[in-house]
Design a protein. Structure first.
Ligand code: NAP
Length: 497
């Protein structure tokens, strides 16, 4: 018989545990139980019995999740403790030894804690001898670290050094839940399992790539202090968006070996460049106004300091300096309180070298204010990540009738049409991978550092003498119009989702 796995969540009375981690584990317990099964031990400082902890978690589940939860509940346990207390960690160790699997169980320690507690939690576990995995036959010990992983390159490096002092790299699972999304994994799968796109996936054929993560909501209640310390760039662009970019831009790995895959992503991120100039980025924050039919507060009314300079919108024009991508702009945009929520990648291909069509004004060409006439780009591959999970390829077809009049057309694929409503929730997939010891969809130390190196360069330009101003934008639109200027000449504009 296989030994059960023990999953310990630090920060077990928090929002992430109730909303994401417990539903994911309950879903796994029903659908894809790993060999031997697993138990969950929640840890937080407040005093709760196992029964009270289960009740609190149950109250936080949506009605459709209750069946899974009730099936899983008997395996949920609770230990009251402070991760900074050696005595509390010792008690936790004794409790784990007494649970199914005991000391022979593989153990996954999930740090669902405020970032300043990652370090005391991991060093406390190491000092208590709870992370030792001395021989290949010893029961495994792994640590999952939530985002944000550092605040900048220096702090991410310091955290990496701390982790590497306590654990081997293969024991560390730095999570970015975007990588658990089917549509994000499909960026990789689609590119490297089809032959028709890869030959044109380069600077000769691609004119530009744009990536958008648009949110319609503002700062979530209770998160103002956290958000104000990070802003749009550190909260979303540095992690989710650069992970998407890495999957779009990476070279094909020679196998699915985790180090092969992650190594290629790191190479792409290391090539990413920001030209430090005020016309390469736009930062802004939302004002009060009307959005989704109701009055919404401005960012400065969300409970942040009155002198806050944190951005809720960021747009950047970047490049990747390597043979595949040199000269191709990568335009990245993320903002809160935008018109609607969507995450999407658009790969825009170059126009044919000569035009053999009779153009129709407003349909397939566009006049710029300076009089330049641009042909619209007929070939765009759109990879929709959320809420739509879809692929769409646009092209031109001849309009019936005389002459050679071209009109736009699309080939569309929607995940829901093909596979139904339910794709596996991101945390479910990632927790299973962490239990099974597959780190492919988790970030390596050098990967996080490469991403911070890029965003630090942007932030440095915002702190310098030529910093772009912090603009304001009305809620319910597409952010400040100045972001449109990141597109040059006939390159087009930002997607509206
Ligand atoms: N919430 C999300 O949607 C989300 C999304 C992505 C990433 N994350 C990340 O996930 C982590 C957790 O977020 P969250 O929203 O769940 O935070 P949260 O709601 O503030 O929960 C934090 C938890 O930590 C516990 N805690 C605080 N100090 C402790 C200590 N010294 N020892 C043991 N437990 C302690 C708290 O309970 P006690 O006060 O009882 O100890 C609470 O259960 C953060 O790093 C966050 O950035 C969250």
């Amino acid at each position: 018989m296989e030994t059960p796995v023990q999953i310990v969540i630090f920060g077990a009375s928090g929002d992430l545990t109730a909303r994401k981690l417990v539903p994911a584990l309950a879903g796994l317990a029903r659908k894809q139980e790993p060999p031997g099964g697993f138990v969950l031990v929640g840890v937080a400082r407040r005093h709760l019995s196992d029964g009270e902890f289960r009740q609190d978690l149950r109250a936080a589940q949506p009605p459709e999740g209750l069946d899974d939860f009730d099936g899983f509940a008997p395996r949920i346990h609770y230990v009251s403790g402070d991760v900074r207390s050696p005595e509390d960690l010792r008690r936790l160790g004794a409790r784990l030894d007494a649970l199914p699997g005991g000391a022979a169980a593989g153990r996954l320690f999930y740090c669902s804690l405020k970032p300043d507690l990652f370090e005391p939690a991991v060093s406390g576990l190491a000092q208590a001898g709870m992370l030792e995995q001395s021989t290949p036959d010893s029961p495994w010990r792994r640590v999952v670290v939530e985002k944000p992983f550092g605040r900048d390159l220096a702090s991410a490096r310091a955290l990496n050094q701390l982790l590497q002092g306590c654990l081997r790299e293969e024991q560390v699972y730095r999570i970015d839940h975007y990588l658990g999304k089917e549509t994000v994994q499909n960026l990789f799968a689609f590119r490297f399992n089809n032959t028709i796109f890869e030959p044109v996936w380069n600077r000769r054929h691609v004119e530009l790539v744009q990536i958008t993560v648009a949110e319609s909501g503002g700062v979530e209640s209770g998160r103002a202090a956290y958000y104000d310390a990070s802003g749009a760039m550190s909260d979303v662009l540095q992690n989710h968006m650069l992970q998407i970019l890495a999957l779009v831009a990476m070279e094909p790995p020679s196998s699915l070996d985790p180090e092969e895959v992650r190594g290629q992503k790191v190479s792409a991120l290391k090539g990413l460049r920001f030209r430090s100039s005020p016309d390469q980025s736009v930062r802004a924050r939302y004002q009060a106004g009307e959005a989704e039919g109701k009055r919404v507060p401005g960012y400065l009314e969300e409970g942040v300091p009155a002198d806050s300079t944190t951005e809720t919108f960021v747009a950047i024009r970047a490049e990747i300096e390597n043979w595949r991508w040199s000269g191709v702009p990568f335009l990245l945009r993320h903002g809160k309180r935008l018109k609607h929520r969507f995450t999407e990648v658009k790969v825009q291909f170059r126009v044919p070298p000569i035009q053999l069509a009779d153009h129709v004004a407003g349909e397939d060409f566009l006049a710029l204010p300076d009089g330049t006439v641009c042909t619209l780009r007929p070939n765009v591959l759109t990879l929709s990540i959320q809420p739509r999970e879809a692929l769409s390829l646009s092209f031109s077809v001849k309009s019936p009738g005389g002459g050679m009049v071209m009109v736009p057309a699309h080939l569309d694929f929607d995940y829901r049409d093909r596979f139904g409503e339910s794709t596996t929730p991101a945390y479910e997939r990632l927790l299973l991978d962490a239990i099974l010891g597959d780190p492919t969809l988790f970030l390596r130390a050098d990967e996080v550092e490469a991403a911070w190196r890029f965003t630090d360069a942007v932030r440095a330009s915002w702190a310098g003498p030529e910093a772009p101003p912090l603009l304001e934008y009305a809620p319910g639109g597409w952010g400040p119009p100045e972001a449109d200027a990141l597109f040059h000449g006939c390159e087009g504009g930002w997607s509206r989702g």
